[in-house]
Design a protein. Structure first.
Length: 338
């Protein structure tokens, strides 16, 4: 691992590509260049058979060689921000000394010095190899002049450390108060446990005690028995992970029960169909501001609709009762005969 300091004074941990890996990537690129160069020279030879000009043929051959050997690297590294086909296959990338992507000028300087200095035939291709072996970041002369470095993008990911709680401390772990344990401190402890075997013995003890003290300040209660710092950190992280998994399982079960239920409570989303208050309305009440137009008449209210008159009842047909003989005297009341 190596460190790169950005322009904002941020330290980046990167893996530097060493000479054997870079040599293999260079060999892949060289094979590709030779295939392209052979193809172009084949077409050029067919052209020279027709054109019997040795000077023109030599000029075209030199230009073709330079374009393939230098232009390939310059164009590829410019377009891909630091990668060629060989670097892409092996997971390498060219970056600037501050970790940012390279530009055309960096690719051009690297390409020219690669051909004319680092691996020049008249230098027996030794300056680049010697410089890469002697530099702690594996830089060749082209990298030193351009201010670049080759790093590894693909590397073995760091395995998560096995977290566990000793059997006699399970009850204590379940009673821990972990609300004050931040994610940053938990990730630092997890990285320490993952790199525990890579550290020196003195560094293991010093870093472990420092992290255990910081974690002990934000967790409670203290362990009932004395345990070493790695075991204490492992128990705390294991209990924190158990609670997080339980919380996620509960949330997943609630969601799977009714995924379309509308949430309620103070944090529920507002109903777009509900009537929204008028944001421009003048507040009412004893503390309402006075109207700048003086006393205002009451708001206009439309008159009530006229009530429908009851329909006139048709007169009941007069029922005339007659006597048993079927007649009645003129002027007599019909009710006389029942």
């Amino acid at each position: 691992m190596s460190q790169l300091v950005t322009g904002e004074a941020v330290v980046l941990q990167v893996r530097i590509a060493r000479m054997p890996t870079r040599a293999l990537a260079c060999a892949i690129d060289f094979v590709i260049q030779m295939i392209v160069l052979g193809t172009l020279l084949g077409f050029l030879l067919g052209f020279l058979i027709v054109e019997a000009s040795p000077a023109l043929g030599a000029a075209l051959a030199i230009i073709t060689v330079l374009l393939v050997l230098v232009g390939y690297k310059v164009v590829m590294e410019t377009l891909t921000r630091g990668k060629t086909l060989g670097k892409l296959i092996l997971g390498l990338k060219v970056v600037r000394d501050d970790g940012s992507s390279i530009r055309f000028r960096h690719a051009l300087v690297r390409g020219l010095l690669w051909l004319f200095v680092d691996f020049a035939p008249w230098f027996a291709a030794s300056p680049g190899i010697v410089a890469s072996l002697m530099n702690k970041q594996g830089k060749r002369i082209g990298d030193m002049v351009a201010g670049t470095v080759v790093i590894r993008e693909r590397h073995q990911p760091m395995a998560s450390p096995p977290l566990f709680v000793p059997g006699h401390l399970v009850m204590w772990a379940q009673s821990l108060e972990l609300s004050r344990l931040s994610d940053e401190l938990a990730n630092t402890c997890r990285e320490y446990l993952a790199r525990y075997m890579e550290l020196e013995v003195s560094a293991r003890v010093a870093i472990g005690d420092a992290l255990a003290y910081r974690v002990g300040q934000v967790t409670a209660p203290a362990p009932p028995v004395h345990i070493i710092a790695p075991a204490f950190l492992s128990a705390v992280l294991a209990e924190r992970r158990r609670r997080e998994l339980a919380r996620l399982a509960t949330a997943r079960a609630t969601y799977s029960t009714n995924p379309y239920a509308v949430p309620t409570g103070p944090f529920a989303a507002p109903n777009p169909q509900a009537a929204q208050p008028n944001p421009y309305a003048v507040p009412a009440g004893p503390f309402a501001p006075p109207s700048p137009y003086g006393a205002q008449p009451p708001p206009y209210a439309p008159p009530p609709p006229p009530q429908a008159r009851p329909a006139a009842q048709a007169p009941a047909p007069e029922t005339t009762k007659v006597n048993s003989q079927g007649w009645h005297a003129p002027g007599s009341e019909p009710d006389q005969w029942s």
